[in-house]
Design a protein around this ligand. Sequence first.
Ligand SMILES: [Zn+2]
Length: 199
Amino acid sequence: MSKKLFKNKDIVLTGQYLGVVEEFLPDKQTTFIKEGQIYASKSGLINIDEKKREIEIKTHQEKDRKVVRKGDIVIGTILFLRQYSVGVNFYTVNSKIHFNSYYFGNIHVSQVSDRYIDKIYDAFQITDILRARVIEQNYNEYKLSTVGKSLGVIYADCMICGTPLKKIGFNKLRCQRCGNVETRKIANDYGNVNESLRF
Ligand SMILES: [Zn+2]
């Protein structure tokens, strides 16, 4: 197996043999393994990362793809709070809205901020809309992170009266109707978001 079958940007078809698992770390979304051999599960262009020995297939519709990948930026709503994590439903991947399929992710308390977060409800509340980054995939569940200035809550309602909250500090929001002040991990464009939040 010293002779290379493919080089970067070569076109492959679904089902085509790509190599053996000893050679490459195959991408789960675009390849499959049968008896130690790697095959293409999609047609597209070969992409080999020589350093990491990773092989994947870039489809022509990369910008329109509907699968979630590590590194994607997603927008979703907080479904539930647990002691050390929150559950998030998300519908968008890199600014594309996918109404027909929603995804589920969670954010562990250690992945909320680069500042120490003691209690998860100091950062999020149910129904908050947030922007997060995908850091890991486990079958249909995704681990998300809101570490970084552009990530975190982008829309939140007052817990008491339901009025949209206004940003008054780097982690503080205030209700203009009842005066209630709440704490969140806020994205830097809170209140001035480009994405459509109606999903
Ligand atoms: Zn209020």
